[in-house]
Design a protein around this ligand. Structure first.
Ligand SMILES: [Fe+2]
Length: 135
């Protein structure tokens, strides 16, 4: 249906970041595929658990690198992480009924995140870290 994303499209040369972004994009694709096949509920439950862990690990790591290297845009970047955490928390608290809607709500949340954060905010961070010699 044209929604699938290629993990390779979002590689910025920072190995751990590319790796973790790849995990998120694979999770997005798997969820999308499951919803197309009509097994959204199960996939959403599984994805929610995976994402909960992912958000802690991934945001935590990015934030520790930003602090370590004195990233000038740290506050704005961290605010975007907080906003996503909040939206995801709301989704988990209120969104988990109604099979079709749940799947599309989570897919839209992730899609929005991939486009607005990973492809923009994280790209800027990756460029900064690359200049600092981080791999
Ligand atoms: Fe980020």
């Amino acid at each position: 249906m044209g929604l699938e994303m290629e993990a390779g499209d979002y590689k910025y040369g920072i190995v751990w970041m590319d790796w973790q972004h790849g995990d998120l994009i694979r999770e997005f694709n798997a969820l999308h595929e499951a919803c197309e096949e009509g097994v959204c509920t199960m996939a959403v439950m599984k994805s929610s658990r995976t994402l909960e862990r992912y958000v802690d690990d991934h945001f935590g790591l990015e934030e520790s690198y930003m602090q370590k290297y004195g990233y000038p845009d740290f506050k704005r970047h961290q605010r975007e992480h907080l906003t996503f955490r909040q939206k995801f928390k709301e989704f988990r608290e209120t969104g988990l009924d109604g099979e079709k809607k749940v799947g599309s709500d989570l897919l839209w949340l992730l899609m929005d995140w991939i486009i607005k954060h990973i492809m923009a905010t994280d790209r800027d961070l990756a460029k900064f870290l690359a200049r600092k010699g981080v791999k």
